[in-house]
Design a protein around this ligand. Structure first.
Ligand SMILES: [Zn+2]
Length: 218
């Protein structure tokens, strides 16, 4: 399947997520025939910039298979240079029409950043880099009177969407040209549902889904 329309790409993700939520997954594109068919080249229809959490496996929760999703994961979906480069590769070289930031409730990285902000301490080792990258979202949440972890998660997802566009001129140009959209989805671990919390261009691709579209938090 080659998709070039952001709206269609998001609709595919929502359709797969609904199959997963209702316990009726089709496990498409996971057979030997398809494996051979995509060996010569890939045309993924979505980039997933997701949290590394072991319960957030993109191909499972969106019921997709080989060659469908270009997945980049870090704890707390923080976006450093290698993540930006990976996203730019998918969007500009592979022609992927949709970038999804995928966060989730009870996120450990967000909890760690919230805790660090409260105690004024930084975790040891490179974990500090993850916390530092999430901390601006914790501050923004505090400025908006939001203190619960899941509220901070949604703000962090929206801020990650902004960070991708602010820090990647390549991605911003693709979005401005109408070839790509960036959407933030908030996933609930127990229910298995992914809900839209941010979309650029605002509202445009989110309408394909059945869920509510909120503007990117300011
Ligand atoms: Zn997480």
């Amino acid at each position: 399947m080659t998709l070039t329309d952001p709206t269609q790409a998001l609709a595919e993700l929502h359709a797969g997520n609904r199959r997963f939520v209702t316990g009726a997954p089709r496990h498409p594109n996971q057979d030997a025939v398809h494996r051979a068919a995509v060996a010569d080249g890939q045309h993924p229809f979505a980039v997933i910039v997701g949290c590394s959490d072991s319960r957030l496996a993109a191909e499972i929760i969106f019921d997709r298979g080989l060659g469908d999703l270009f997945v980049v994961r870090t704890a707390g979906h923080t976006v450093g240079p290698e993540v930006l480069g990976s996203v730019e590769y998918a969007v500009s070289v592979l022609g992927t029409p949709l970038v999804v930031v995928l966060g989730h409730d009870s996120c450990g990285a967000v909890q760690a950043a919230r805790q660090a902000a409260r105690t004024g301490t930084t975790p040891p080792g490179h974990l500090g880099a993850v916390v530092d990258a999430v901390t601006p979202s914790v501050r923004r949440a505090a400025a908006q009177g939001v203190d619960d972890v899941d509220g901070i998660v949604d703000i962090h997802i929206a801020r990650t969407v902004e960070a991708l566009l602010d820090n990647s001129a390549v991605l911003a140009a693709e979005v401005a040209a109408g070839r790509c959209a960036v959407v933030g989805l908030s996933y609930r671990l127990a229910a298995g549902e992914a809900r839209t919390v941010a979309a650029v261009p605002a509202g445009a691709p989110g309408r394909a889904g059945h869920d509510q579209v909120a503007a990117v938090a300011g």
